[in-house]
Design a protein around this ligand. Sequence first.
Ligand SMILES: NC(=O)c1ccc[n+]([C@@H]2O[C@H](COP(=O)([O-])OP(=O)(O)OC[C@H]3O[C@@H](n4cnc5c(N)ncnc54)[C@H](OP(=O)(O)O)[C@@H]3O)[C@@H](O)[C@H]2O)c1
Length: 289
Amino acid sequence: MAASSASIPPVPFRFTTKVGLGTWHYGERGSERRAEIAALLGALEAGYKLIDTAEMYAAGRAESLLGEALRAFGAGKRAQLQIVSKVLPSNGSADGTVRACEQSLKRLGCDYLDLYLLHWEGGHAFEVTLEGMLRLHQQGKIRAWGVSNFDQRALTRWALAEKRAGVPGRCATNQIYYSLLARGAEFDLLAAMQEQKMPLMAYTPLGSGSLASEPRLRALAAARGLSAAQLALSWCLRQPDCVVIPKSSNLVRIRENLKAAGISLDQDCLKAIDAIYPPPRSRQALAML
Ligand SMILES: NC(=O)c1ccc[n+]([C@@H]2O[C@H](COP(=O)([O-])OP(=O)(O)OC[C@H]3O[C@@H](n4cnc5c(N)ncnc54)[C@H](OP(=O)(O)O)[C@@H]3O)[C@@H](O)[C@H]2O)c1
């Protein structure tokens, strides 16, 4: 392997916040450009510290919009933020990973990413993608790497690749679909991640928005002075070492979602939720969008 592991810091990556902002579907409509930059800037000003994006989203335009918002927010405040992006599996060769990250950095106008994820498993061997991640880390272009949409088997194989590369246990997160509509990971994957002290990054925590208008959730939430979206997010956050990354381009909802970080649900509420969305009783294939 070309890159050495000498510069890998001993302290694993940690999220500094519980609620981040997702950016999938940002940048898809040119007519929304100004409004979307304003929403991203509004999120940063409202106190979001974690932003999730990817080279895939609107073919790089989500990253470009975020770059504009970051510039308006002020370069001096970059260090307060954790910015996560993802490499497409088709770009997951060692050179491809480095190139894709450099392109993402250019669009974002940033010198580094806090976390860089392999978006899902593709045709490249994990060893070669990891080599790209190591090179980026050594060059200071990423602070940490991780994976997304990995089931237990894929995580085990990635861990083996890290061990062979002399950087065991450095995978900083597994970003997966986890919500009331997708509880399968509770059967075994989440326990395996917790054993490795690997934080969970829960994507699509609002079920693409559908949970926010679910009548039974709305009733449970209203009885506690919450919105259904806040209930759905704080339900995810009952998991240890978990962050959620709801997407919104509406500033009212952006602020509403952020408040979920401070909410903990009572046992009666959790039981009522289980009755509507039961936990898994058997192993299930990992849900993916
Ligand atoms: N790694 C992966 O493969 C993967 C896959 C999917 C998603 N992700 C990441 O996870 C993020 C979140 O997932 P997602 O975008 O699929 O779905 P989501 O966050 O579950 O739902 C987003 C939808 O919910 C609406 N919404 C947000 N807050 C709301 C609220 N308080 N009340 C009512 N509606 C609300 C949004 O509409 P408005 O914008 O109009 O508010 C949007 O339509 C993505 O943006 C992306 O960053 C990663």
